[in-house]
Design a protein around this ligand. Structure first.
Ligand code: IMP
Length: 422
């Protein structure tokens, strides 16, 4: 495997955790480059379920260096809990995890501000995970954020935290919220800083050395293309660059080192939070929820569901330069008689074969559909391309053709073994 960037081609929750886990077998290094603990990657190994929020899923395999890159925002208290939880499950974290010293830190005032802003927005809310992601990236852009290097340098941390807390408590008071106590935030964060210190590295140099050695690096995208701060359905997006370009800025590995982009997409579409979803469909949502599927890994929220949107994925192919596609959750459609695929958008007489940049226009878009006959038989036991029903293969080929990339992987269930290489 060459250096590979893996991205979500839809609105997040495409099943990236499982595909990353599968691809990691051929990687030496796995890097998270954006987002924070708003992400939740679910991986099943046998009956054991692992939900990872900040730690790259490569940690579940032996001897893979896992890097939390500079582009990630880190809630240190939650990272400590995650590491302790993994250790309890017998996962070897200590020798294999590196945390960038320049990753920004998420504080309780970020979370509180996230929640207060959402409440203030009322029906215009974004539907965030309330993990403080937007305010933390906001501080980074405003050049007032604290970084991991500050967290592990006690004197500097104390002084900077005092200043930030003073300002943020004023803002919280203006919202009518309770100010935060310096003592308790400082104590919890210093303890987390001490715990995390052994993991803190100059990850840019570490990754440069890995490149020099010829190590194979997998860049693990979080969220999805349409949640990207620049290329998503703004303002209904997250606050980082989730697309392939973010892998360079979020890790310090230059563009000419990147060899391949894999786009992960579900065989249908889901979204959590507010914002347009042109193929949203109540029937498919009810069906998937009744199967116990499509509940968020981080917040447990039921996901909104709809038909596959080929316009969106074609757009994602363009923005990320996707070479290979991994289609997940094919088995979710096993019982559907007629499967629809969106091949264009319509607003009155206007037709769009790309995703309009203006979210107001996208909200008015009606999907134009092509129909496919369902295969109506279980696919979860398939292990090879030829094991799949003919109609399922035709559906998958059509998805790849409409999306403009090569079909490389099909996933028919959460297990590692439920993976078909095409
Ligand atoms: P935030 O990242 O918590 O600020 O949330 C912004 C938007 O991104 C909301 O619509 C969230 O539901 C969505 N979002 C954030 N992280 C994820 C994820 O891991 N999967 C799916 N949606 C996400």
């Amino acid at each position: 495997m060459a250096n590979t960037i893996l991205v979500g081609a839809q609105w997040g929750d495409e099943g990236k955790g499982k595909i990353i886990d599968v691809l990691t077998e051929d990687a030496d290094v796995v890097v998270r480059y954006a987002g924070g603990n708003n992400a939740g990657h679910t991986v099943f190994i046998g009956p054991q379920k692992y939900i990872l929020h900040l730690v790259p899923s490569g940690i579940l395999r032996k001897r893979k260096l896992c890097v939390i890159g500079n582009g990630v925002v880190v809630d240190p208290v939650s990272l400590v809990e995650e590491i302790k939880g993994l250790r309890q499950l017998g996962v070897k974290v200590d020798a294999n995890l590196a945390l960038s010293e320049t990753a920004h830190v998420v504080f309780p005032y970020h979370r509180e501000l996230d929640a207060q802003r959402e409440t203030l927005k009322g029906k215009h809310k974004i539907g965030t995970t309330k993990r403080g992601i937007g305010p933390a990236y906001g501080d980074k852009a405003a050049r007032v954020g604290l970084r991991v290097i500050d967290l592990i340098t006690p004197d500097r941390f104390e002084a900077k935290l005092r200043r930030r807390l003073k300002e943020n408590n004023e803002v919280l008071k203006a919202f009518g919220a309770k100010p935060l106590s310096f003592k308790s935030v400082h104590a919890a964060y210093r303890a987390a800083g001490d715990f995390l210190k052994p993991f803190v590295k100059n990850t840019v140099v570490l990754l440069h050395e890995a490149c020099q050695r010829g190590d194979r690096i997998l860049f693990e995208g979080a969220q999805g293309t349409f949640l990207d701060l620049d290329h998503g359905t703004y303002p209904f997006v997250t606050s980082s660059n989730t697309t392939a370009g973010g892998a360079c800025t979020g890790s310090g590995v230059p563009p000419h080192r990147m060899d391949r982009v894999v786009g992960v997409m579900k065989a249908y579409t889901t979204r959590v939070g507010e914002g347009p979803l042109p193929t949203e469909n109540a029937e498919i949502a009810d069906m998937l929820h009744a199967m116990g599927r499509e509940f968020g890994a981080t917040t447990g929220r039921p996901r909104r569901c709809g038909w596959f949107d080929a316009v969106a994925v074609r757009h994602a192919t363009m923005v990320n330069g996707i070479d290979d596609l991994a289609v997940t959750n094919l088995d979710g459609l096993d019982t559907v008689a007629t499967i629809k695929v969106c091949i264009g958008y319509r607003v009155g007489k206007a037709r769009y074969d790309y995703v309009p940049a203006d979210v107001e226009v996208l909200s008015q878009c009606e999907a134009v559909y092509a129909e496919f006959e369902g295969w109506r038989e279980p696919t979860s036991a398939a292990r090879k391309w030829k094991d799949l029903p003919v109609k399922a293969r035709a559906y998958l080929k059509a998805l790849a053709e409409l999306s403009g990339a090569n079909l490389a992987i099909v996933s028919v269930g959460p297990g590692r073994e439920q993976t078909i290489f095409v």
